[in-house]
Design a protein around this ligand. Sequence first.
Ligand SMILES: Cc1cc2nc3c(=O)[nH]c(=O)nc-3n(C[C@H](O)[C@H](O)[C@H](O)COP(=O)(O)OP(=O)(O)OC[C@H]3O[C@@H](n4cnc5c(N)ncnc54)[C@H](O)[C@@H]3O)c2cc1C
Length: 409
Amino acid sequence: MPDETTDVLLIGGGIASASAARELRDGGFDGRITLVTRELDVPYHRPPGTKEVLRGEAKPDASPVLPPEWYEANDVDLRTRTSVLALDPAERTVRLQTKATLGYDRALLATGANVRRLAVDGAGLVGIHYVRSLRNGAAVRRDLEGLDAPRVVLVGGSYIGCEAAASLASQGVSVTVLMLESEPLERTFGPEVGAWVRRRLEAGGVEVRGGVDVRSFVPVTPDDDESRVAGVALADGTTVPADLVICGVGAVPDVMLGKRAGLTIGAGGGILADDRLRTSAEGLWVAGDIAEPESALHGGPVRIEHEDVAARQGAYVARQWLGADEPYAVVPYFFSDLADWVSLEALGAARTWDRTVVEGSLDDDAFAVWLVDGDRVRGYARFNGAGDLDRARDLIAAGGTIDAAVPAG
Ligand SMILES: Cc1cc2nc3c(=O)[nH]c(=O)nc-3n(C[C@H](O)[C@H](O)[C@H](O)COP(=O)(O)OP(=O)(O)OC[C@H]3O[C@@H](n4cnc5c(N)ncnc54)[C@H](O)[C@@H]3O)c2cc1C
């Protein structure tokens, strides 16, 4: 017998779990809900970590998903600072850090992702940062404010690197972006759009260096592991001076609990689920960064690391529990801001696209781009407000062609 029981257990304290809790109560569920998270804080939005919090414009506690008092007011048993150590889907129990076992009727596994760490010499030097939590963003800010005219290096040319670079350069900080690929955001939107993003970053004072491979971090004091970082050594033998480094080199889904519980891991590294987000274990669903559900829209399992997707999937699972029974079929949506220079919104999770088609001109401030696979549109992004997001969403959902999206002539 478990030490205690709950009707619904939400494992993980991100937006997926919080959205499930809200949807359940909004939908009239009056059973016991327990949300367990190892974080110190109530579930919060992560995007400000490379934006407002990094710029020092917002405190890390300023963006909770739900007001902190919501949980008590809605009789949700929120347990922060509590790790789930083991999951037993056959017994429908978890073991908590407190050593207590907690039984559940239905559970959502939403343990999210962790940062991928660079395993190179000097990785532990002072001044090398990763941003996953808002507290991480605030820690970078504190470190930065203690330095005189710091030279900041961003490792990685994806969203975290570009957003952090823009945030700091917009405040006059000296910033260099280093990345393996040639152009920032190239992996998501292709080299032409990547070159446009590069020009935007450069116009804001960011130095962008593509095609470079980081080999190690160089300390101020040689052979001292506790020294501050002084530079980033590259494979070409050169060293880029740096007083502070932020690494944005990807995230790794936190599948440890699920894997040990015997759940199946997909090719995308997440927990495989059906098109209703049900795992292979009875009574156990997944949502958010960790989930890799079957998707008719994408023609197979797909894992996506976007805030809106995590929120919608969490709420979707709650609706399933309340009796709904339609497959999950939302076109993924993503947003990003590079200071106030670039605002982008994207649709789809175009795993396979072979070309991009620009609507408008890359010589302009605002344009849209379609990601095309054969003649089918798989994804879409609009920069600085151009284009028609609703029309693009409908076309992607309907499996439309590029000819329908951008008529010739
Ligand atoms: C700096 C940053 C900026 C971002 N900006 C954007 C953006 O602009 N737009 C966008 O769409 N997306 C953005 N994202 C991505 C978005 O934040 C994620 O997709 C989203 O947070 C995923 O939510 P989740 O609930 O699946 O997981 P998470 O937010 O990762 O939450 C998982 C939770 O589970 C907890 N947990 C894990 N294991 C255990 C355990 N064993 N026991 C107890 N608790 C556990 C974790 O501590 C964490 O609280 C950004 C992410 C970061 C890091």
